[in-house]
Design a protein around this ligand. Structure first.
Ligand code: NDP
Length: 296
């Protein structure tokens, strides 16, 4: 059986289109332009690429993009002051502090200084608690993107057995909460899980968020299961640099019912969901109805 390919690039384009539609309506009907502020500390090349891409897509969706670049040796006090200023700025609806931060800065402290309702990354402890208790929150972008693709493919996820491999605060744990929220029976696997192949073989939905190239082989996948591969791993093969996921795509596609490729699967959904979260935050800040289909 050859799996259906879940095209994250195409799906992300439809999410961005929806976002742009909502932005246009907010401007036209309410005179409001959603704004996203991104704070970058230091000169990490990968972070610079992400920030540039986020800024570009924010503007393309019709929103305001505010970029704050700060030196690598910025003090915690100065960074907290910038976040505070953005918290109090009514033209800013979403704030994202690009991670990782230089080692001398306390990431938890900085993230928790962002006003929870502007925390479009969904990492603030209040949002983590709200998600964990099934309440309205800002949801981390990558798991939100995975959920959107799963809902789009299956309609209802109710009663399905789901395994999330990985228990990070950024991907694994919020992914598991979202699947639970959609009434899946959820197992969270990690590096100490006993007999991981057996656990994965029972799942109708497999979300792999490990960070180990092609760790999940096809023979772990239940016939017809849906596989969401979050992993982004750079490897060298045949003398060439290549991006691969945490799942061995070729063998998994033989057994899965549907699978996301790497690249072109989960990756493009992350920034699209950041834009979606910014519009949602803007609507909530102004007491307006939230955009349908862009939240958890
Ligand atoms: P972390 O390193 O924070 O977490 C990895 C998790 O995998 C841990 O919970 C770890 O378990 C688990 N793990 C490690 N080895 C094994 C193993 N052999 N068997 C089972 N579980 C294992 O990674 P992230 O969650 O931040 O990211 C995961 C992957 O997703 C990475 O490749 C990253 O690049 C990618 N990513 C992609 C994004 C996108 O936009 N597409 C966004 C964010 C991440 P334990 O806790 O026991 O150590």
């Amino acid at each position: 059986m050859a799996a259906n390919i879940i095209d994250g690039k195409a799906f992300a384009a439809t999410v961005r289109e929806k976002v742009a539609g909502h932005v246009a309506r907010l401007k036209e009907e309410h005179g409001i332009t959603p704004g996203l502020a991104v704070v970058l500390v230091g000169e990490d090349p990968a972070s610079e690429v992400y920030v540039r891409s986020k800024g570009k897509q924010t503007v393309e969706a019709g929103m305001n993009s505010f970029e704050h670049k700060m030196d690598a040796d910025t003090s915690e006090e100065d960074l907290l002051a910038v976040v505070e200023k953005l918290n109090n700025d009514p033209s800013v609806h979403g704030i994202l502090v690009q991670l990782p931060l230089p080692g001398h800065l306390n990431e938890d402290l900085i993230i928790n200084s962002i006003a929870p309702e502007k925390d479009v990354d969904g990492f603030h402890i209040s949002n983590v608690g709200l998600l964990g208790t099934g309440q309205k929150s800002m949801v981390p972008c990558t798991p939100l993107g995975c959920l959107m693709m799963l809902r789009d493919y299956h309609g209802s996820l109710s009663g399905m057995d789901a395994v999330v491999i990985g228990r990070s605060n950024i991907v694994g744990k919020p992914m598991a909460q979202l699947l639970l929220g959609d009434s899946c029976t959820v197992t969270i696997a990690h590096s100490r899980t006993k007999d991981l192949p057996d656990v994965v073989r029972r799942a109708d939905i497999v979300v792999a968020a490990v960070g180990r190239p092609e760790m999940v082989p096809g023979d772990w996948i239940k016939e017809g299961a849906t596989v969401i591969d979050v992993g982004i791993n750079r490897i060298e093969r045949d003398g060439k640099n290549k991006l691969v996921g945490d799942v061995d795509f070729a063998s998994a596609a033989e057994r899965a019912g549907a699978i996301t490729p790497v690249p072109g699967g989960v990756g493009p959904m992350t920034i699209a969901c950041l834009l979606a979260n910014t519009v949602t935050a803007c609507c909530r800040a102004n007491g307006l109805a939230e955009p349908e289909g862009l939240t958890a």
